[in-house]
Design a protein around this ligand. Structure first.
Ligand code: SF4
Length: 187
């Protein structure tokens, strides 16, 4: 099956690619992360993903960076939400919708996301947003949302080891300025 994987970052994606390949799927990475502040950070994570794509011999597609659109559609009014709260739910949906649209336009069978690797991301909420996005495409029957909980079978541990092996950049905050500011304040 051809699967388009929304890739939040290289470390998480490393575990997903291994899992999806082991299940016999053909994987394409889709870097769609307009939630990331700043553009330099977006580029830094992308560079690391390029290393992974090369090592795994998989295709990588890069979505445009539109942080201003993300702010307007996701964050306005939700700036002080905690991580895993309402802003994050909208953020998952925003990135998954862009992934699903690309998957539909390019004939993929399914789309999925590396978000479930992280212990900081509630899998049930990520799945709920994936299913919502899938429902928006229901008129044409595919692509469907592949509900793979990548943190199972030691997925997070695998991502740590693979990051070490490939010397992948590991970011200190999820992505947006709101969580970064909170984590800086907490230090
Ligand atoms: S904390 Fe992460 S998931 Fe939540 S809104 Fe910010 S970038 Fe998106």
């Amino acid at each position: 099956m051809r699967v388009l994987l929304h890739s939040c970052c290289a470390p998480c994606s490393s575990a997903c690619v291994m899992r999806l390949k082991s299940l016999g799927h053909e994987v394409t990475l889709y870097y769609s992360n307009s939630n990331i502040d700043t553009f330099e950070e977006f580029e830094r994570r992308l560079e690391s993903l390029r290393i992974l794509a090369e090592a795994e011999q998989v295709d990588l597609v890069v979505d445009e960076y539109c942080h201003d659109v993300w702010l307007k559609e996701v964050a306005v009014g939700y700036e002080s939400e905690p991580e895993k709260g309402k802003r994050c739910a909208k953020c998952y949906r925003f990135n998954l919708a862009r992934t699903a649209n690309y998957a539909r336009e390019h004939g993929f069978d399914a789309f999925s996301t590396s978000l479930t690797v992280s212990p900081h991301k509630p899998t049930a909420l990520v799945f709920a947003k994936g299913v919502e996005v899938e429902a928006d495409l229901a008129d044409i029957g595919k692509p469907f949302f592949l509900e793979e909980d990548f943190k199972k079978k030691d997925g997070f541990k695998v991502s740590l080891q693979r990051s070490k092996d490939l010397n992948l950049y590991r970011q200190a905050y999820c992505g947006c300025e709101f969580c970064r500011n909170r984590s800086q304040m907490a230090r």
